[in-house]
Design a protein around this ligand. Sequence first.
Ligand code: MRU
Length: 369
Amino acid sequence: MKVDGKHFRSIWRERDGWSVGAIDQRRLPHEFIVANLTSCEDAALAIRDMLVRGAPLIGATAAYGMALAMREDASDAGLKRAYDTLVVARPTAINLKWALDEMRASLAPIDPVERAEAAYARADEIVEQDVEINRGIAGNGLKLIEAIVARKKPGETVNVLTHCNAGWLATVDWGTATAPIYLAHERGIKIHVWVDETRPRNQGASLTAWELGHHGVAHTVIPDNTGGHLMQHGMVDLAIVGTDRVAANGDVCNKIGTYLKALAAHDNNVPFYVALPSPTIDFAVDDGIRDIPIEQRSGTEVTDMTGRTADGRLETVRIVPEGSPVANYAFDVTPARLVTGLITERGVLKPDRASLAAAFPERIAAAAG
Ligand code: MRU
């Protein structure tokens, strides 16, 4: 997608052919800084510290992390060490394990002297595949937006609500939840996005607003508790969110607060869609609420806020009384019954076991084998 007219991806192989460039998302929206990853440990730290974040981008970064590791030590022990280091970098987004399993499956059978080159080739494929998948999500989600346009009066705007950042910054390009929005914008459809700020890390206010604004898409940032009010007053045509892991039964794990938005949508007959690339489906998990591990993050994300002061400095302030305990669950699970449909690269699916299995039979076979 574009940043003020210039095309960017969130991650790329640098001109030197081996090191990896990535936008440092900890600095947005205040500073646009590119980080240079030169080792497996750099990649693991980038994921742990949320320099990169968002399920598909975590997977892409891990794939390049394996390639960087193979330059250092391409032995069987080196392969295992890289996998073990990266797979624990964050617990909830299943794309991390998916990408590492893909890398290991292509590297393990080949001679160590060929592994570094093969690792970069496979990581590049994973990256390009992410972009292609998101283009597929864009096309399938666009049909839902076009159906709303057809029901509206001529010239009326389509209002979409989204939570967190499932935009191009969370993927390699296009995003998942934002892919249909960007395509609708490209096709000249009048579209406006309600952006949940998404406490405590504010990925909506900091990242989604930044990328929509720099690409030229109309949007409004709202406090997280506003969505229900907007839905009651007919100001949301549909909600589209991303996800970090979808269980085999269609339960959707996404950024904390998604469940409450789905409840409000259900109560107000607002369609609630989840956009996801197939690597986000975890066929090994049968029941999302019971079995998806929920990351708990540092309490400082709740107690502290960082922002730019009027004189241009970045400053962190405390907003919670000293001594008050805080809890910071990073994700929640929305039960499948509250989800209108899953927008995938293979169409808009019902959120249930049979539909997921029918659309991705090769993944079922891989999970079984
Ligand atoms: O904790 P994060 O920022 O890595 O969380 C990921 C997200 O941004 C969302 O949950 C997103 O909707 C899914 S990733 C496309």
